[in-house]
Design a protein around this ligand. Structure first.
Ligand code: CO8
Length: 258
């Protein structure tokens, strides 16, 4: 397994684990760290052994956001030339499921990273916030867009303008997260969910993600046409034959991802 400076990556039983590893700074995201996260996610996405990717943070927080020390001296020309968001954009092309296991602070860029996960499990006590407004700026890695698409314009504006902390209980009411669990059980419950997905037919899991993501941007008609093509495509897979044969033969299917 490749080693990184600011994250740890490991793989066990088809489940890849990426841990943000800058706990003394609450996993504040510097640019190298973001590049490492994207590199690890992409290599797991290409690795045939991997069925699900889990993203979490070491220490007390998921992430307190972008590294303020690193960006405090930035100017627009430097930002344009750096083109740092090109790294973030690559996360939108990941085909496999990403489950975020979050706790403590999920702030700013850390919140944006969480919004790039497909499913989120939060430890009780987790707080989400876009505090950029307190620093005289705003989210830049998709926060205004992704948050609005999930919670709607009214709540998004309230949260983004106030910079206030949103508790896990509020986050779940607004569909931001899937589950709240006690902090001690965060990884156990996350792995349980990851395993449930990992045993399903990988191509079906992949094309479901692809189709659901299209629902966010497409009209209903375009989305339905897109879904249909993916449905037809799965009938070209060995796993469709295996899944339906296993049902008829009253046994468990053994999916291969082909
Ligand atoms: N950047 C850099 N260092 C940080 C950050 C951060 N975002 N957050 C915490 N740290 C560091 C502190 O400087 C401190 O370091 P040191 O011990 O060397 O002084 C250490 O982590 C511990 O922090 P605190 O002493 O402040 O700990 P507290 O428990 O008192 O407070 C908080 C914890 C509430 C999380 C507090 O640290 C805080 O408010 N942090 C800043 C949160 C914030 O404003 N985040 C938004 C940043 S802007 C952003 O994310 C823009 C996204 C743009 C695109 C994404 C590109 C990556």
């Amino acid at each position: 397994m490749k080693s990184y400076e600011f994250i740890e990556a490991s793989l066990s039983d088809g489940i890849a684990l990426i841990e943000l590893n800058r706990p003394a700074q609450y996993n504040a995201l510097n640019r190298t760290m973001v590049r490492e996260i994207v590199d690890a996610v992409e290599s797991f996405d290409r690795n045939e052994e991997v069925r699900v990717i889990v993203l979490t943070g070491k220490g007390r927080a998921f992430s307190a956001g972008a590294d303020i020390d690193e960006m405090a001296g930035d100017d627009p020309v430097r930002l344009e030339l750096l083109n740092q968001f090109a790294d973030w954009d690559r996360l939108s092309f990941i085909k496999k499921p990403i489950i975020g296991a979050v706790k403590g602070y999920v702030f700013g860029g850390g919140f944006e990273l969480a919004l790039n996960c497909d499913l989120l499990i939060a430890a009780s006590g987790t707080e989400f916030s876009f505090p950029e407004v307190n620093l005289g700026v705003m989210p830049g890695a998709g926060g205004t867009q992704r948050l609005t698409k999930i919670v709607g314009r009214t709540k998004a504006l309230e949260w983004l303008w106030s910079g206030s902390r949103i508790h896990a209980e509020t986050a779940i009411q607004h569909g931001l997260i899937n589950r709240i669990v006690s902090p001690e059980l965060l990884m156990e419950e996350t792995m349980k969910m990851a395993k449930q997905i990992a045993v399903q037919a990988p191509l079906a899991i992949r094309l479901i993600k692809d189709s659901v993501n299209k629902a966010v941007d497409y009209s209903l008609y375009e989305g339905m046409q897109y879904e249909r093509k993916n449905f037809y495509l799965l009938f070209a897979s060995e796993d469709q034959k295996e899944g339906m044969t296993a049902f008829i033969e009253k046994r468990k299917p053994d999916f291969k991802g082909r």
